[in-house]
Design a protein. Structure first.
Length: 202
């Protein structure tokens, strides 16, 4: 807490960026001194240190999108693996090992349109949720990246869909797992997922 009349300390992470270039700031829930900044063409890792009178940030690594022409759209730290950062990169999914800044799991063409939001299941390791401009919400097991566990089309005009599991709310750019989401509802046959090759007709 800052006392009355004391301005909070601000840290600048990286240099100035063009308007619209920034894609987000991701705090690591397991290692609170670690933070990632996302820009269209780079994911940068920072280590924060706090002294008695001042704080500082040191850049610890930087990674570009793995494919030419792709851009980062969103990111989230994996709460089960301290050094794993999940990224939406174009219409694909990428996990980045923060110790080496090298890709781990890669799922190309996970959606037909750019991915705008993703989240890790807080109760089940390796389960990931993604939402994209193709109006599909997809659940993934990163150990079996060949296809989604579940794929649901959600009309953009509706804030919530009865087709989604209970206590789950869809928003175009902010998807989150509800704390009590039942794992049993995330494992239909893989054949239930529609083809990924084409975007739905709007």
């Amino acid at each position: 807490m800052h006392g009355a009349g004391v301005a909070p300390e601000l840290l600048q992470l990286g240099g100035a960026a063009p308007i619209g270039d920034s894609r987000g700031l991701c705090w690591n829930p397991v290692l609170p001194e670690q933070v990632a900044t996302l820009r269209r063409h780079s994911a940068e890792l920072w280590h924060l240190s706090h002294g008695v009178s001042t704080s500082s940030a040191a850049e610890a690594g930087c990674a570009p999108p793995p494919r030419d022409g792709d851009t980062f759209g969103c990111g989230r730290w994996d709460p089960h693996h301290a050094h794993s950062l999940g990224l939406g990169c174009g219409n694909g999914i990428l996990t980045l090992d923060a110790r080496t800044m090298r890709p781990g799991v890669c799922i190309e063409s996970a959606h037909a349109q750019p991915i705008r939001s993703l989240d890790f299941n807080p109760n089940m390791s390796n389960v990931l949720l993604t939402g994209a401009d193709d109006y599909y919400v997809r659940f993934w097991d990163l150990r079996k990246p060949s296809g989604p566990l579940l794929s649901l089309r959600v009309p953009l005009a509706r804030a919530a869909s009865s087709a989604l599991p209970a206590r789950f709310i869809y928003a175009p750019v902010s998807l989150r797992f509800a704390p009590l989401l039942s794992a049993r509802r995330l494992a239909p046959p893989l054949s239930a997922a529609p083809p990924l090759s084409a975007a739905p007709r709007l």
